[in-house]
Design a protein around this ligand. Structure first.
Ligand code: CA
Length: 228
């Protein structure tokens, strides 16, 4: 297994030093940037596996950088953990809305952060050698084939893309507009209820194999793929 690259974007030297020490003993390779400009260059050149992003940065804020990264195809799949001094619910929601996968409130222990990194990486990348295996569904992304408990099944192209997105972003709620953005692409104009239509089709197929519970409706929020 190759070493995962974690990019820390943080202007406080004390935190960078602390992390350097913590990462020295870990399986990860730590990359550092002290502001958003440096971070953007690093992201382009290094394609990190995960970004630890400080909310309060000089110049472009962490929140703004997260929004920018999620707009670009080359960076939108990189998971982000926001490091925030703010503990308020509103800010957490803003961070998650901006595309962050998780957040850690300062002050945090390196151990806590390591656990979060591990959890996020596991959640976003259940894919090994082109095979996604989650909740009893197996997706061969190279051959474009699908199986439930060994039985092959087929999906329409949109349902396939939707399921792929869910399987690579499980345990998180996505609103209809977020799903449109991430699965259909941000440039097309499609009504939000289109999402419901395709979710229904996907569920119908999954029902034949008794795994429709994996796609959960979260009232007033959207949908979630969950194996719990
Ligand atoms: Ca800061």
């Amino acid at each position: 297994m190759s070493q995962k690259k974690i990019l820390l974007v943080e202007d406080e030297i004390a935190i960078r030093e602390m992390m350097k020490f913590a990462f020295f003993k870990s399986d990860y390779l730590l990359l550092e940037a002290e502001d958003a400009e440096q971070a953007q260059v690093m992201i382009m050149n290094e394609q990190p596996d995960l970004i630890l992003l400080d909310w309060m940065l000089p110049g472009i804020s962490g929140l703004e950088l997260a929004q920018r990264l999620k707009k670009h195809d080359s960076s939108k799949e990189i998971p982000i953990i926001m490091l925030t001094a703010r503990g308020e619910e509103n800010d957490r929601i803003r961070g998650l809305d901006a595309g962050a996968d998780d957040y850690v409130t300062k002050p945090f222990s390196p151990r806590e952060l390591m656990a979060r990194i591990k959890a996020v990486l596991r959640r976003v990348a259940p894919e090994q050698d082109g095979i996604l295996d989650l909740g009893g569904i197996r997706m061969d992304t190279e051959k474009h084939r699908l199986f439930v408990t060994g039985k092959p099944f087929e999906l329409g192209p949109t349902e396939y893309k939707l399921l792929y997105f869910f399987m690579t972003h499980s345990e998180r709620v996505y609103s209809r507009s977020q799903l449109l953005d991430r699965v259909w692409g941000g440039d097309v104009y499609i009504e939000e209820r289109t999402v419901d239509v395709h979710i229904r089709r996907l569920r119908k197929v999954l029902t034949e194999f008794n795994v429709e519970h994996l796609i959960q409706t979260v009232r007033g929020a959207g949908y979630r793929f969950s194996t719990e």
